[in-house]
Design a protein around this ligand. Structure first.
Ligand SMILES: [Fe+2]
Length: 498
C-alpha cells in the first residue's frame, strides 16, 4: 500500500462510522454535470464522470434515457462501470433509438442522481430535415466568464460543434479575472484536474445538458502549436507521452464513443455524420496527423510564426499536409453529392488572411497552402454542393469566400467559410484584421474585438448565420447581441449579408 493510501485508510478507520458515512453521502458524485454527443439516427453517446476522492476502483453507474422530461416513458436503460483507470468517466451508448427524436437522460450512482440532460438523435438518412447548429471554440478560463454559454443554453439548438481549445494548458497570471488551478500541464493528473475545473462552470454544464455536441480538438488540449509528433517546445521534448496523457484526459471528459478511446499517443477523432437528406457533417482533425509548420524559428523544430513566402520556400511544398495523407483521401472520397450541404467542422481559418509584406501565419491553413488548394480543387472538380467550412482558433468572427486561387480576384467562389470567435479567449488587435481584410478581399467580415459564438439555421434552400457577441466578457451574466447576419443560398457558393 502506498503511504498516501495507507494514511487515508488509517484516517477512515479512526473516524466514527456515522461521520464517515455522512461524508461519503454528502460528497457530490456528479459535480461535473452530464453531456451527450455524436447523434446518429439510432443512437448517441451519454457522458458523465464521477467525482470525489474516496471512489473505489470500479463503480457501477446506472443510466436512463426517456421520451419525456419526467421519465415516465423509458426508451432505454443500462449500467456501465466507471473505472478509476479512466478517471471514473462513463460513456454509455444507447442503441436502437428512433430517428429525429428528443430524449432526456440521467445517471445514478452511490445513492445519488445526476441532473437531467436533453439530447436527440439525428434524422433518418432519407428524411427531409432542418438543422439548428451552433459552433464554439476557445474557452480560456482565466480570460473571462462564460456568458456565451449561458446564452447558448437558452437557444433551441439541435447540435453544438465545439471546434477546439476546450482547455488551455498554461498557468494563470495572478492578475487574471479567474485563475487556473495548478501550473503548466504535463501529466495525466494535471490534464484531468484542468478539465474538472473547466467543467465545474455552471454555464458550460447547462450548454452540455441542452443538446448533443460534436467534438474536435485543437492544440491547447495538449500544447500550444504542437504539430503531429512535433512538440513546439524548443528542447526537443518527446511528444508521445504528452499526447498520451492529454488525449486520454480529453477522451475521459467528452461525450466520445468507446471506440475512440486512445491507444497510447493515438486517438481516432475525424469522422462524419449525416443529418437526414439535408447535410453531411465532416469532423476534421488538423492537429494529430499534420506535418510540422514550415520554417520554425530556431531553436524550435516546429511552432507557428509569421513568415514571408520569399523567405520560406517550404511553405509551398506540395508534400506538406495539414490533415495527413490518409485523412485527405478520406475527405476527398466522402463528400456528399446528393445533399444540399457539406459542413466541414474543423479547427482554424481556411481562407487566406496573410499579407505579402507581413507574411503568413504558419500554424493555420495559410501555412499549408498546397493542401488547402488540393481540398478546394476537389470541391470544384467533383462539384460538391454547399461546402461550408466552420472553424475557430483565431478568436475572431470571420466570414469568407473560399477559392482555389486567392490571388485571382475573378477566380470562382467554391465554398463559404464561417470562423467563430472565442467563447472567452482574448482576441488579437482589430487593426491587424482590418489590414488583413484590406489585402484579402475574399474576407467579408473580421471582428476580433468581441467574444461569443455563431448560430446557424439550415434548410434545403438556405443557410442563415448569426454571429453572436457578448456585451461584457468579464460578467458571467452579460447579455449577448447580434454582431452580424449572413446567409448562403443552396446551389450558390459564398456568403452574403442578410
Ligand atoms: Fe484558442
Amino acid at each position: 500500500m502506498r503511504r498516501r493510501d495507507w494514511l487515508r485508510t488509517a484516517t477512515l478507520l479512526a473516524a466514527p462510522p456515522f461521520i464517515r458515512h455522512a461524508r461519503a453521502a454528502d460528497e457530490p458524485r456528479f459535480a461535473l454535470g452530464v453531456a451527450s454527443g455524436q447523434p446518429r439516427p439510432d443512437g448517441l453517446v451519454l457522458w458523465t464522470r464521477l467525482t470525489g476522492d474516496d471512489l473505489p476502483p470500479q463503480v457501477p453507474v446506472q443510466w436512463e434515457l426517456a421520451h419525456d422530461e419526467a421519465f415516465t416513458r423509458i426508451a432505454a436503460r443500462g449500467s456501465e462501470d466507471a473505472d478509476s483507470r479512466w478517471a471514473h468517466s462513463v460513456h454509455a451508448e444507447p442503441s436502437g433509438l428512433a430517428p429525429g427524436r428528443w430524449y432526456w437522460y440521467r445517471f445514478r450512482a452511490l445513492g445519488q442522481q445526476s441532473r437531467v440532460g436533453r439530447t436527440r438523435t439525428a434524422p433518418a438518412a432519407d428524411a427531409a430535415a432542418s438543422l439548428r447548429l451552433a459552433i464554439a471554440s476557445c474557452q480560456r478560463w482565466d480570460h473571462g466568464h462564460y456568458a456565451a454559454w449561458r446564452h447558448l443554453a437558452t437557444q433551441d439548438l439541435d447540435l453544438v460543434a465545439f471546434l477546439g481549445d476546450y482547455i488551455y494548458e498554461y498557468p494563470s497570471s495572478p492578475m487574471a479575472p479567474r485563475l487556473h488551478k495548478g501550473g503548466l500541464l504535463r501529466s495525466l493528473d494535471q490534464y484531468r484536474a484542468r478539465y474538472a475545473q473547466y467543467r465545474s462552470d455552471p454555464a458550460l454544464q447547462d450548454a452540455h445538458a441542452a443538446c448533443p455536441w460534436l467534438m474536435v480538438w485543437d492544440d491547447h488540449e495538449v500544447e500550444n502549436d504542437y504539430a503531429g509528433t512535433h512538440p513546439s517546445t524548443p528542447l526537443g521534448a518527446d511528444m508521445a507521452p504528452l499526447r498520451a496523457a492529454a488525449y486520454q484526459a480529453y477522451w475521459e471528459h467528452q461525450p466520445l464513443a468507446r471506440a475512440q478511446r486512445p491507444r497510447g499517443a493515438d486517438m481516432p477523432l475525424f469522422g462524419r455524420m449525416d443529418w437526414g437528406r439535408l447535410a453531411r457533417i465532416h469532423q476534421l482533425d488538423t492537429r494529430q496527423h499534420r506535418d510540422g509548420q514550415a520554417c520554425p524559428s530556431w531553436p524550435r523544430t516546429s511552432g507557428g510564426r509569421l513568415v514571408r513566402e520569399a523567405d520560406c520556400p517550404a511553405l509551398d511544398d506540395p508534400s506538406r499536409s495539414l490533415l495527413g495523407a490518409a485523412q485527405e483521401r478520406w475527405l476527398a472520397e466522402g463528400w456528399s453529392l446528393d445533399r444540399p450541404w457539406n459542413l466541414v467542422a474543423q479547427q482554424t481559418l481556411m481562407a487566406r488572411a496573410g499579407l505579402p509584406d507581413q507574411g503568413r501565419w504558419t500554424d493555420g491553413w495559410d501555412g499549408y497552402p498546397a493542401a488547402r488548394a488540393r481540398l478546394l480543387r476537389t470541391v470544384a472538380e467533383r462539384r460538391v454542393p454547399g461546402v461550408v467550412v466552420l472553424g475557430g482558433d483565431v478568436h475572431a468572427h470571420v466570414v469568407a469566400e473560399l477559392k482555389a486561387d486567392f490571388d485571382d480576384a475573378r477566380a470562382p467562389v467554391l465554398a463559404s467559410e464561417f470562423c467563430g470567435t472565442s467563447i472567452s479567449s482574448h482576441g488579437r488587435a482589430q487593426r491587424g484584421w482590418d489590414a488583413a481584410r484590406a489585402g484579402n478581399p475574399h474576407l467579408l467580415h473580421a471582428r476580433s474585438d468581441q467574444r461569443g459564438y455563431a448560430a446557424f439555421t439550415l434548410d434545403a434552400r438556405q443557410l442563415q448565420a448569426r454571429l453572436l457577441a457578448v456585451d461584457e466578457p468579464l460578467d458571467a451574466t452579460s447579455a449577448v447581441h447580434e454582431q452580424a447576419r449572413f446567409a448562403v443560398d443552396a446551389g450558390r457558393p459564398g456568403p452574403h449579408r442578410a
